[in-house]
Write a protein that binds this ligand. Structure first.
Ligand code: GDP
Length: 333
């Protein structure tokens, strides 16, 4: 296995427009939350970007995944497509979640290999880690236990892409990069209560409570769980940074590497939204995994990158976006 400790050029993690010039880039999930931000950044470079919708190519179907690659013939694939959602949504139809993510990932790597793509960058998840690994998740801990029961189907379906990347590297010298993302949030997130993650769910609730003068809002669980929140525009940058400088099947955690309790998130959001009413923690709702904070040492060493946006600033921008796009955001499920 290659040396994952090699440092990239010391350029502060800035993207390199020259890398992208005349490249053809396929972004799966390019109309989705993270994917659309990746496409936005790429639109500033002189590359050709293709972001097909599911009705054009259903990537769960191998023939369609292969046709997508054959027709577009990309130099590089960013695999951002995933079926998922917050803790509530994870419990609804978990078998489909498992199957679709597993098969879509396997298809993209195999079709990418057959099409002679130079690199596939996969966006993975911290749900792939063991459920009780402690206060900081290091890449070496990935195989030390079973994921938390609330997300194991999703976490393992994505984790198999690490295995596929490793084995394809060994046998075919195929270049698949796997990024393990912290909890994403930001503009264009899913705000529908059936699917939302905590940040979007709470922003919707806080903004509505503020508008309607409600005296009380509810927050799921105990408020004690800890998450590592990554602003989506920062995430788009690091995904492209990895495409530029990282060539190794060893996965890399990406995020701020800073644990924030749900209680701290709630306090910061109350402040940002200007909500002063009561906050009730609903213990009948699940907490999920106790802690999901990433050790980002490998990210700093190998990508030479760190996020630019503080949690408060990211929340401020997301609240602002939501207030201006509320009608459309509330519809999107
Ligand atoms: P997870 O990282 O997979 O657990 O993703 P979530 O973003 O769905 O949940 C993170 C934490 O936020 C969990 O401890 C939830 O109990 C807590 N949480 C508090 N209120 C909410 C809410 O309204 N929706 C969601 N999804 N989570 C909430």
């Amino acid at each position: 296995m290659p040396d994952t400790t090699a440092a990239p050029a010391q350029d502060g993690g800035m993207l390199r427009p020259a890398f992208w010039r005349h490249k053809k880039v396929l972004v799966t999930g390019g109309a989705g939350f993270l994917g659309s931000h990746i496409v936005d950044v790429l639109s500033g470079f002189k590359c050709e970007t293709f972001a097909p919708r599911r009705h054009e190519y259903d990537l769960v179907n191998f023939a369609e995944a292969k046709a997508c690659l054959d027709n577009f013939q990309p130099d590089l694939v960013i695999h951002g497509a995933a079926y998922g959602g917050g803790l509530g949504m994870m419990q609804v139809n978990p078998a489909k979640l498992y199957y679709d993510n597993l098969v879509m990932g396997a298809n993209m790597l195999e079709a990418g290999r057959l099409a002679g793509v130079a690199k596939v960058v996969v966006t993975g998840t911290a749900c792939s880690y063991p459920g009780d690994i402690g206060d900081s998740m290091n890449e070496d801990d990935l195989w030390k236990g079973f994921p938390h029961k609330s997300v194991y189907h999703y976490g393992l379906s994505k984790k198999m892409m690490i295995v596929q990347g490793m084995i394809y590297y060994e046998q075919y010298q195929f270049n698949a990069v796997h990024l393990i993302l912290a909890n994403l949030y930001g503009p264009r997130d899913t705000f529908h209560p059936d699917r939302s993650h905590v940040v979007a769910a709470l922003i919707r609730r806080f903004v509505e409570a503020k508008e309607q003068g409600a005296a009380r809002i509810e927050v799921w669980g105990s408020g004690r769980p800890v998450r590592d929140f990554l602003y989506v525009e920062d995430c788009a940058q690091v995904v492209l940074r990895a495409a530029e400088v990282y060539d190794d099947p060893a996965p890399v955690n990406v995020g701020p590497g800073r644990g924030t309790s749900i209680r701290e998130l709630v306090e910061t959001l109350s402040d940002v939204v200007g909500y002063t009413g009561e906050i009730a923690y609903d213990s009948s709702k699940p907490d999920g995994q106790r802690v999901k904070t990433l050790d980002v040492g490998r990210m700093a060493r190998c990508l030479g990158w760190r996020p630019a946006t503080s949690l408060r600033e990211g929340l401020r921008r997301t609240v602002d976006w939501y207030r201006h796009n509320k009608a459309a955001a509330d519809q999107k499920s």
